[in-house]
Design a protein. Structure first.
Ligand code: DQA
Length: 149
């Protein structure tokens, strides 16, 4: 069974209590449960990780690149949080490790502050899911499965 890695970046451990008007009331544990259920329904194994540290996220993308190259992983679903708008290093890691990656945002970043309108991740992403709330996570998993076959 192939694997999908779901990565959540900075502050997403606060889901449930963080700005619920933007991000809803579901916790990260709820999101991870939704992801596991989506994977089970699609016949893929889903592993979820969260970090507030850019370097840790980089290491996980490099690891995913090795797993994809070995034929054990389809790719990554990633909510890079605020690193979306700042991290050339994440852009380079996704390209450098050749990881098929779906970029995901819970909120519609284009309807928010202008500093959220630019993404360093999007040019390196296979596709993007934005503004569908936490329901975007199972959709992103399904999208990765469908574009991989
Ligand atoms: C976010 C949007 C980002 O602008 C923000 O910094 C986040 C969450 C989202 O899921 O909507 O941390 O990626």
């Amino acid at each position: 069974m192939k694997k999908i890695l779901v990565l959540n970046g900075p502050n997403l451990n606060l889901l449930g209590t963080r700005e619920p008007a933007q991000y809803g009331h579901e916790t990260l544990a709820d999101v991870e449960r939704m992801c596991a259920e989506a994977g089970a329904a699609l016949g893929v194994e889903v592993e979820c990780r969260q970090s507030n540290h850019e370097g840790v996220l980089l290491d996980w993308i490099h690891e995913a690149g090795r797993e994809v190259a070995a034929g054990r992983m389809l790719g990554v679903v990633m909510n890079p949080g605020a690193y979306t708008h700042t991290s050339i290093a994440l852009h380079d890691a996704i390209k450098g490790a050749s990881v098929p990656l779906i970029e995901l945002h819970i909120s519609n970043v284009h309807a928010r502050e202008s500093f959220r309108h630019h993404s360093y991740i999007s040019p390196a992403a296979r596709g993007i899911i934005v503004g569908l709330g936490v329901k975007g996570y199972p959709l992103a998993i399904e999208a990765l499965v469908r574009v991989s076959s």
